[in-house]
Write a protein that binds this ligand. Structure first.
Ligand SMILES: Cc1ncc(COP(=O)(O)O)c(C=O)c1O
Length: 372
């Protein structure tokens, strides 16, 4: 089968990995950068010495016991429930492959991380969407999610904090949804890769809700996308076995080097999350001021969590020319057509530990120049 072009990653790769790279990257959805030396410096001397002696072999298919224990502590669950993956991306493919059967459908948000509907269709599964509408503040509504479900639904997915809108589902709404789906025995997945970055009240992980499995990773809130480590928390032993079996086919195992670094990073999670929170909070306040100043041209909904927002051009025009003009002036945002929502654009405010204000002043110039 032919996969459609992955517009988002093509746009990011063309600018992030250009030589020289774009000056201000506001398109990325990750946290601020950490170097290998900085991560090693967070670990005690004994852990560093052990790391140097690490055999570079396949890791166990479900992940090392050390990493599974850290992930379990991060979500307050039993370590047996944790399956380590090659990024949450591998979890999406593995879960959707298990949903595949003739006539099956799965239910996803719209807009959504673009790999999700493409991977579902690649496995021959029909995609049903529930809308996160800007006119409702991108709110997740359990009723509209349940309205998309029928007796052929094999999986329902909620992503909170959500990419690309930053919307966070209300915990009571999430619990109501989880119990309605558990009653109908429909597998429910909560993608929590931006957990625990929240701007209003802190929200507990969904991993202990009945009938709920959680996807997480080291890429987003934990800011270490290059480790390519993710995980699924699956309380049901039989389904866990199926996921481990699927990943044995997809990637065999993760790198033990990445798993060992993920252990060090999770042991130092408060420091990593503090850096993320300080960068994201400061940049979000700057963007809020920018959006207020440009409200005649740009609409937005302040995210409840995560590292991205999904503003829109109020006259409804396609944002790609705006994004191209911005890129020429050294500022990268992601055009909305990457998410099938052309009048929007995605701004990442978690990665830039400096220069965000300068980037926004260049954005102001482009808004003026294009007469938006
Ligand atoms: C909501 C969401 N889930 C999963 C992923 C996959 O990330 P990774 O494979 O780096 O864990 C992404 C990446 O952007 C994402 O935004």
């Amino acid at each position: 089968m032919q996969l459609p072009p992955f517009l988002l990653d093509q746009w990011l790769a063309a600018h992030e990995f250009a030589s020289p790279p774009v000056q201000f990257n506001l398109a990325s959805s990750t946290g601020p950068q950490w170097t290998l030396a900085e991560i090693l410096a967070l670990a005690p001397e004994s852990a560093r010495a052990q790391f140097e002696r690490l055999p570079i072999l396949y890791a166990p298919p479900a992940g090392t016991p050390e990493l599974r224990a850290r992930v379990a502590a991060f979500h307050d669950v039993d370590p047996d429930w944790v399956v380590v993956l090659t990024g949450a991306s591998e979890g999406i493919s593995a879960l959707f492959s298990l949903a595949a059967e003739p006539g099956a459908n799965l239910v996803l948000p719209f807009p959504v991380f673009p790999a999700m509907p493409v991977m579902a269709r690649a496995w021959g599964v029909e995609v049903r969407s529930y809308q996160l509408s800007k006119d409702e503040g991108f709110a997740h509504r359990a009723d509209s999610i349940l309205a998309a479900v029928d007796d052929r639904t094999r999986l329902v997915l909620v992503n909170t904090p959500h990419n690309p809108t930053g919307a966070v589902i209300e915990p009571a709404e999430l619990a109501r949804l989880a119990s309605a789906l558990a009653e109908r025995e429909i597998p429910f997945v909560v993608d929590e890769v931006y957990h625990p970055l929240y701007f209003r009240t802190p929200v507990p992980s969904a991993a202990r809700l009945p009938g709920t499995r959680v996807l997480g990773d080291m890429s987003k809130a934990l800011s270490l996308s290059g480790l390519r480590i993710g995980w699924l928390i699956e309380p049901d032993a039989r389904r866990r076995e199926q996921i481990v079996n699927a990943r044995s086919y997809f990637s065999i195992a993760s790198s033990p080097v990445s798993e060992a670094l993920a252990v060090m990073a999770l042991d130092a999670a408060p420091k990593i999350l503090a850096r993320l929170t300080s960068v994201a909070t400061a940049n979000l306040a700057l963007f809020e001021r920018f959006a207020q100043e440009h409200r005649h041209a740009i609409g937005w909904q302040k995210p409840g969590g995560g590292t991205v927002a999904f503003p829109w051009l109020v006259d409804g025009r396609d944002s790609r020319p705006f994004a191209i003009e911005l890129a020429k002036s050294g500022v990268l945002v992601a055009p909305g057509d990457c998410f099938d929502a052309p009048s929007h654009f995605r701004v990442g405010f978690g990665a830039a530990s400096s220069g965000f204000e300068t980037a926004l002043s260049r954005m102001s110039e482009v808004v003026r120049r294009l007469g938006l």
